[in-house]
Write a protein that binds this ligand. Structure first.
Ligand SMILES: Nc1ncnc2c1ncn2[C@@H]1O[C@H](COP(=O)(O)OP(=O)(O)O)[C@@H](O)[C@H]1O
Ligand SMILES: [Mg+2]
Length: 422
């Protein structure tokens, strides 16, 4: 029997090997299936969290009349947006980072950054505004919202999330917030040149040139067009006025306080009619329904304010209506131009801007243009300006060239005349 393997042993080894191979194959299959499942799960959660961002961005690009060329607008989806669409608190990190990458600051952080709220830069309808120096070195504006609001923490965060998704080169971007113990604060990029109102009415600023005023008008129109037609869901500003137009260090205008006029974010007692007196759409006052066209009305008032540098709360519109009788809605608007401009403006441009403004303040909202139409009209005015400038420049170049050759000709005649008579 020795040397001859027993049948039992052979059978045992074979069965062992077969079982081993089967087990190995099974494990391999399990690992593969698991990996595939994981990949599917990751890609679907990624899709779920980025789709709203992308939908917003694509819409913004496709509908805007000309601001889609802006590299900043709308912002590309944030890589951090791959995180779940919930506010999640990091265990180590003190600040809360949302889907949109907007950090949440603690009350103490902001207390420190504003030197115990000692850096007041203004007092608005929503509450005080402070200048603050963040630990990163960035200067920001902290807007403290008066908190008689019944809104809870979660709702406030949802509102902030909506605001944080709005990005455009002509909007004052939100860069952070604080929601703590009934304290609601919004943190914005600091605008070094202050409000348009201060430039129009404060003698300490040098006069805004006419050319700059038209550029500012187009900036504001683009910001509003983005809110109306680029943002998903669309945002109606409800408080367009020169105090809410802020100027950055290169004098580019940005619209501030968008999305803040809603009941949910700040509650004001007996807030029947909201907005600012002098800029209010008369149709809204009678119907109580605020639409995009109500913003167009306020924008029209703002255009007249840029032309005349008169405050709408101090009879700007009466002044405009009187001028309209003479101007017939088209010409002669230069009569109401800001005296500080000292007549330094292109009369045709003033008339074109005023005619556009007059359309915006039509009593019937459906007769007012859309913000997209307004952007196109203002862009056209600026294109005409550049064309005129170019023609004038080439005419001047030609003139100087011809005067050089004239001079040259005279010189050669002179040199000829110097020759001795033969
Ligand atoms: N991001 C900012 N950068 C610089 N100044 C700001 C900023 N936000 C607001 N301000 C200033 O703070 C003041 C109050 O602002 P706000 O609360 O918006 O009031 P309102 O819009 O009613 O004037 C304004 O005069 C404005 O110039
Ligand atoms: Mg404001």
């Amino acid at each position: 029997m020795k040397g001859v393997p027993s049948w039992g042993l052979i059978l045992g080894v074979t069965v062992g090997v077969v079982i081993g191979v089967l087990l190995a194959l099974g494990t391999l299959l399990c690992i593969r299936l698991r990996k595939k499942h994981d990949r599917l799960r990751i890609s679907s959660s990624r899709r779920a969290s980025t789709v709203p961002m992308r939908a917003n961005a694509v819409d913004a690009c496709s509908v805007l009349s000309d601001s889609s060329m802006d590299p900043e607008s709308p912002k590309q989806p944030d890589p951090k947006a791959d995180s779940p669409a919930l506010w999640t608190e990091g265990t180590k990190q003190k600040n809360l980072v949302s889907v949109s990458g907007i950090p949440k600051y603690s009350y103490r952080d902001l207390q420190k950054a504003t030197r115990n709220f000692n850096t007041l830069i203004g007092q608005g309808a929503f509450g005080p505004v402070y200048k603050a120096q963040m630990p990163t070195g960035e200067t920001v504006a902290v807007k403290v919202l008066s908190t008689n609001s019944k809104q809870g923490e979660k709702e406030f965060q949802m509102e902030v999330l909506l605001l944080a998704r709005l990005h455009h080169r002509n909007l004052v971007n939100l860069v952070g917030y604080c929601a703590e113990k009934n304290q609601h604060m919004l943190i914005y990029v600091y605008m070094t040149n202050g409000s348009l109102a201060s430039h129009l009415y404060n003698e300490k600023h040098k006069v805004l040139s006419w050319d700059l005023r038209v550029n500012i008008a187009l900036d504001v129109a683009r910001g509003l067009e983005y809110l109306h037609d680029g943002a998903v869901p669309p945002v109606v500003h409800r408080d367009i006025k020169s105090g809410n137009i802020l100027l950055d260090d290169s004098m580019r205008a940005r619209v501030a306080d968008f999305g803040l006029s809603r009941e949910e974010i700040v509650s004001r007692q007996a807030s029947n009619v909201r907005g600012t007196f002098g800029y209010l759409d008369p149709e809204y006052v009678s119907s109580r329904s605020f639409t995009k066209k109500s913003d167009v009305y306020s924008f029209g008032v703002l255009l007249f304010e840029l032309i005349a540098a008169r405050n709408p709360q101090q009879g700007l519109m009466e002044y405009v209506e009187l001028a309209a009788i003479n101007a017939g809605g088209r010409d002669g608007w230069e009569e109401i131009a800001d005296p500080r401009l000292d007549g330094v403006f292109d009369t045709a441009e003033v008339n074109d801007v005023a005619a556009l403004a007059y359309k915006c303040i039509n009593r019937l909202s459906k007769k007012r243009p859309s913000m997209r139409d307004v952007v196109q009209a203002l862009s056209q005015i600026l294109k005409t300006r550049h064309r005129k400038h170019h023609t004038r420049k080439s005419a001047a170049d030609e003139e100087s060239l011809s005067s050089v050759s004239e001079h040259h000709r005279e010189e050669s005649i002179g040199s000829l005349s110097d020759l001795p008579d033969v």
